[in-house]
Ligand binder design. Structure first.
Ligand code: HEM
Length: 147
């Protein structure tokens, strides 16, 4: 993948405004409410029965922080996202058996919505375009361990 200087700076400058725990919890809360069947992978997390139960669930917050920590790792290593996420990809495929459809249309999309809500007017069409491209790279890297 080739990144232009503008794309790199759009990604890193948005990322500097992210609060990994809060925004991670917000993205997971949206995932669990918009696509409730994704909750089935998280039966150990306790009460996910409503929006308020989800957003105040400590396991969701802790996990949101881990997920965005991995995204942050990819942001720091934009030229080698595949290598950076290789182990995590194997883990989702082999240990967790997560359907990779969930990466693309679901969690990555929730992240864009959380960023848009947070940044408002600063989330310009150009910034969104850079994130959509970044998410494609992220999702491809996470899906790589599935064969
Ligand atoms: C665990 C990242 C998408 C299900 C994890 C962990 C990370 C992570 C960092 C912790 C691994 C560890 O502690 O060793 C990501 C990223 C995603 C993503 C960056 C996409 C942007 C998903 C999706 C699902 C999922 C869409 C299911 C719908 C799980 C499950 C665990 C996990 C079930 C184990 C949770 C636990 O019991 O602690 N993921 N993940 N992940 N992920 Fe993902």
């Amino acid at each position: 993948v080739h990144w232009t200087a503008e794309e790199k700076s759009a990604i890193t400058s948005t990322w500097s405004k992210v609060n990994q725990e809060q925004d991670g919890a917000d993205a997971l809360t949206r995932l669990f409410i918009v696509y409730p069947w994704t909750q089935r992978y998280f039966s150990s997390f306790g009460n996910l029965s409503s929006a308020s139960a989800i957003s105040s669930n400590a396991n969701v917050r802790g996990h949101g922080k881990k997920v965005l920590g991995a995204v942050g790792n990819a942001v720091q290593n934009m030229d080698n996202v595949k290598g950076t996420l290789a182990k995590l990809s194997r883990e989702h495929a082999v240990d967790l058996h997560v359907d990779p459809e969930n990466f693309k249309q679901r969690l990555a999309q929730m992240l864009v919505i959380v960023l848009a809500a947070k940044l408002g007017g600063a989330f310009t069409p150009q910034v969104q375009a850079a994130w959509e491209k970044f998410n494609n790279v992220l999702v491809a890297a996470l899906s790589h361990g599935y064969h």
